[in-house]
Design a protein around this ligand. Structure first.
Ligand code: NAD
Length: 320
């Protein structure tokens, strides 16, 4: 099997390669050539950790495997990052393990790529202003990936912890874009595209904040109980997601469904927009992409990184 170390991923994987891998796997999911396995996520009763697996099989890209990992809240005290994961790939013809790949940077890149795919296909025509809700680790990745697929002219941002906003202004400066910190009311009114990426357990962006044609990539909600959007806003938008089953159970749409404001048949797959089977934005004023994060995304970027590591001769080969 091949081993690609976490430290080597930054030199191998590019946001462009991540974008292509995620766009392709969303299309495979919509064509029913790829499917995700049920997610396992457990509080293990040790070190306050949450641990689990996300896996799947992509019959088009021939990627079989899983990402194992989770969240260790005390890691920072030991100089490690709190989110830890590793992707394992298997040969779909023989079942033999074929690769182990560091999953931390890949998770950030694949999550950013997902919102970027949604922006490419769903942003309102002539969108100029990008609104960022959230200023944590992921926010910089999301902003860079968004700027790569659309020529934004300005970034505005809000975060529940204002002391973290420096990350957004630094990232905008790196992209050569002006940045302004604003209240949520102004963000909803002025932004043409909004990315939310927080750990919120209650609605932040309200229905009456959002004015005019807008696309919202809701990326923070990946667990039961988390929430970033007002269910009333969800109810009036045209809805898309990576995987419908996840969006109504652990994604942003869980709340609007629970309140009886929407039913599952209102939700489309972003992959079907990529393949052209869904018209996408159409005449909708507001579109939402609920990016819940699926195992197939992890497999897609991991398979790409193994290919790149082999090409560059830096994949270590070991016998198991
Ligand atoms: P982080 O810990 O670096 O940043 C957390 C962000 O959430 C900050 O903006 C912080 O101000 C805000 N926040 C913290 N507690 C909050 C609360 N109680 N209410 C409202 N906001 C709060 O985390 P990150 O790595 O930037 O990830 C952000 C979120 O995205 C997390 O919830 C994470 O689980 C989620 N995530 C989703 C995917 C996906 O595929 N959908 C992938 C990776 C991360």
């Amino acid at each position: 099997m091949y081993v690609v170390a976490e430290k080597d991923i930054a030199g191998l994987m590019t946001p462009e390669a991540a974008f292509e891998a995620i766009e392709a796997v969303f299309a495979s999911m919509a064509r029913r050539q790829a499917y995700n396995f049920p997610v396992v996520r457990e509080a293990i009763g040790h070190a306050d950790a949450l641990y689990g697996f996300k896996g799947g099989f992509d019959g088009a890209g021939l990627a079989l495997g899983l990402k194992a990992g989770g969240y260790w809240p005390h890691n920072q005290e030991r100089g490690l990052i709190n989110h830890q994961s590793t992707v394992f790939l298997f040969d779909p013809d023989s079942g033999r393990v074929s690769a182990a790949v560091g999953g931390n940077l890949l998770t950030a890149l694949r999550t950013a790529a997902a919102s970027a795919v949604s922006i490419k296909y769903l942003a309102p025509k002539g969108a100029k202003v990008l609104g960022m809700i959230g200023a944590g680790h992921q926010s910089a990745f999301q902003m860079r990936a968004a700027a790569r697929v659309h020529p934004f002219e300005k970034v505005i941002g809000w975060n529940p912890h204002p002391e973290m906003l420096g990350r957004l202004s630094d990232t905008a400066a790196e992209l050569g874009l002006p940045f302004e910190a604003v209240e949520l009311e102004r963000l909803g009114e002025e932004a043409d595209v909004i990315i939310s990426i927080t750990s919120s357990f209650g609605p932040l962006l309200m229905d009456d904040h959002v004015k005019g044609p807008t696309h919202i990539a809701a990326m923070g909600t990946d667990t039961k109980g988390k929430q970033e959007l007002d269910p009333g806003l969800v109810a009036r938008a045209r809805l898309f997601t990576d995987e419908i089953a996840q969006s109504v159970s652990i994604g942003e749409y869980q709340h609007a469904v629970a309140q009886g404001l929407i039913t599952q048949d209102r939700i489309g797959e972003l992959g079907a927009v990529v393949t052209g089977d869904d018209a996408g934005r159409g005449d909708a004023e507001v579109t939402i992409f609920d990016g819940t994060g699926v195992g197939l995304q992890d497999l897609a970027v991991a398979a790409k990184v193994v290919e790149l590591a082999k090409q560059k001769g830096i994949a270590q080969q070991v016998e198991v």
